[in-house]
Design a binder for this molecule. Structure first.
Ligand SMILES: [Zn+2]
Length: 304
């Protein structure tokens, strides 16, 4: 991958979070993914370092009381349980830098056609509460950031994580210029679904061919029905057959096919894409890294 020129966004803090033993979140995957790209010859200067997101810049997109409570560690025990992480200063710092990473990737995508954040996809975060390991909805904020550009009037958030992008759907529900599409396993978290512009609630145990067919239909339909100037792609790999939290039966090759199809389709239409790696919960970090790497392999195939 010596010629890999696509701008990537990474900060070591992505993996710096002390979690209780056996916590199911594979926090080391970000560092592992970064290292695997370096090991394969991706040059150091391809990586961009984000700064923490400044939420004062984006009010009133999110609820100030909630964000202030999160920063100060003043959310209730119940609110933190819903998020799924114990509160710490480290958690806040990591979260804000991760969101800053997606915002930086959004800028880089508009300049370069494609950029990838080595984290992101916090699609269960709502206006005034967090949920399912998500506190601040980076996808929604990135869409708003892209819309600040004169030539971007409509942004598609194409969410292929196995879980529904419920927070994104709710946040963008009254925003015609943000189009939300979610392909997810219907019988999976969140059990109370929100309404995206297009929702594809997939059956359990779908294999590669059936899954890819749905992805193709979803993206083609979205691009046909809505005017789209830019795309935010959540390339969650919890669709993988070995994932601890997914219920689909998609192979590593299937993940590659999906990512390549999405990136190629957008490239053919000259749509800038900001991609985030999204969910992926195998406990075996090396195996999980390999699945997340498919996005980068596909990006390399499409953009080199
Ligand atoms: Zn997920």
């Amino acid at each position: 991958m010596q010629q890999f020129k696509i701008p990537l966004v990474f900060h070591p803090i992505y993996s710096q979070l002390d979690l209780p033993e056996r916590h199911r979140f594979p926090i080391d995957k970000y560092r592992s993914l970064y290292q695997s790209l370096l090991d394969d010859g991706v040059a150091d200067d391809v990586f961009n370092t984000p700064t923490p997101y400044n939420y004062a810049d984006t009010l009133p997109l999110l609820n100030k009381e909630y964000v202030d409570g999160l920063v100060a560690g003043k959310l209730s025990a119940k609110e933190m349980r819903r998020i799924g992480f114990p509160w710490s200063e480290q958690l806040v710092k990591r979260t804000f830098t991760a969101v800053g990473g997606t915002l930086l990737a959004a800028e880089l995508a508009l300049e370069n056609g494609l950029a990838i954040n080595l984290t992101g996809g916090y699609h269960h975060a709502f206006y005034d509460f967090g949920s399912g390991f998500c506190m601040i909805n980076d996808l929604y904020l990135a869409a708003n950031k892209m819309l600040e550009h004169d030539d971007i009037n409509s942004v598609l958030i194409f969410d292929c994580d196995v879980h529904q992008g419920d927070g994104t759907a709710a946040l963008a529900s009254d925003r015609d210029e943000i189009i939300t599409v979610s392909l997810h396993c219907e019988k999976n978290f969140p059990y109370r679904k929100q309404t995206s512009n297009l929702d594809f609630g997939l059956d359990k145990h779908l294999d590669d061919d059936a899954y890819i067919e749905h992805v193709e239909q979803a993206l083609n339909l979205a691009l046909k029905c809505f005017p789209v100037d830019a795309v935010i792609y959540d390339a969650g790999v919890d669709i993988h057959c070995d994932d601890d939290l997914g219920l689909l039966n998609v192979s590593t090759a299937g993940v590659y096919r999906r990512d390549k199809f999405v990136l190629q389709t957008c490239k053919n239409k000259a749509l800038p894409v900001v991609a985030v790696i999204g969910g992926g919960y195998q406990r075996d970090i090396d195996a999980l890294t390999k699945v997340h790497r498919q996005l980068f392999n596909a990006a390399f195939a499409v953009h080199s």
